[in-house]
Design a protein. Structure first.
Length: 249
């Protein structure tokens, strides 16, 4: 069942969403060659706890870290570790903060040092895909409208959309209905209503769309080892469109 959030609920979500957005702003200066994804995890964890927030990924269904860090051909749910980032890498940092029981979820793909041509291309396409998905959100539109807008743009750029993983409703629960697919047909699927809160988070590959889950049961990679990038925001459907709750101030 899709939860329709009240105005009071939305106000209660704002601190968590604002903290998640601020966390990505905080971490950006540290994303340089030589930093490890474990270092990123430690910085995010400390920043979150000092703010009185809870890092939602930590121990979520057994996930061992406070943030997801997905490097190069890792699509999503990368587990931070000791390997150091190198010049030319890309890394998605996926942050979810909990404050007073409410969740805020956002991610960004960063360049590590100087990006190569293909890295710059896939990051730019993923960023634009999220913007296009957000532009499709308004009362009376459908989930298929969002997915179609994203899919049409990405495939028009000769890239591919990951189909196995999607956006999701969010609030007091980390992942709730509806599921937000990043592909679809116009006019199909659930009709959007004011007060719906969900994430849009297209995962875009520069190669083929096929992915596989590694033996750690978390890390998802592209089968062809091509680069993958992702951006994510939490948003609410408003009277005339939508408001992005995790947009940095």
């Amino acid at each position: 069942m899709v939860q329709i959030k009240t105005a009071e609920d939305i106000e209660a979500m704002r601190p968590a969403c604002r903290h998640a957005a601020d966390t990505l702003v905080m971490i950006e200066p540290y994303i340089k060659p030589g930093i490890s994804t474990d270092d990123i995890n430690d910085l995010v964890h400390e920043y979150t706890v000092k703010a009185g927030a809870i890092p939602a990924p930590l121990n979520y269904h057994g996930f061992p870290k406070s943030v997801c860090t997905s490097v190069n051909h890792v699509v999503c749910h990368g587990i931070p570790g000791g390997k150091k980032l190198r010049d030319g890498d890309i890394v998605n940092v996926d942050v979810t903060s909990i404050i007073n029981g409410w969740h805020g979820d956002t991610s960004k793909t960063f360049f590590v040092g100087e990006p190569k041509v293909r890295a710059r291309k896939i990051v730019e396409v993923a960023r634009k895909a999220l913007d296009i998905g957000i532009e499709a959100v308004c009362p009376g539109a459908t989930l298929g409208d969002i997915g179609h807008a994203i899919q049409s743009y990405v495939e028009g750029e000769k890239c591919s959309i990951v189909r196995e993983y999607c956006g999701h409703g969010i609030g007091r629960v980390f992942h709730e209905d509806p599921q937000i697919l990043h592909f679809g047909k116009p006019g199909h699927g659930l009709e959007l209503r004011q007060g719906m809160v969900f994430t849009i988070e297209p995962m875009v590959n520069i190669g083929k769309a096929a992915v596989k889950l590694l033996d750690d049961h978390w890390t998802v990679v592209t089968r062809d080892k091509s680069l993958s990038a992702q951006f994510e925001h939490t948003l609410v459907v408003t009277e005339n469109g939508c408001e992005v709750l995790t947009r940095p101030s």
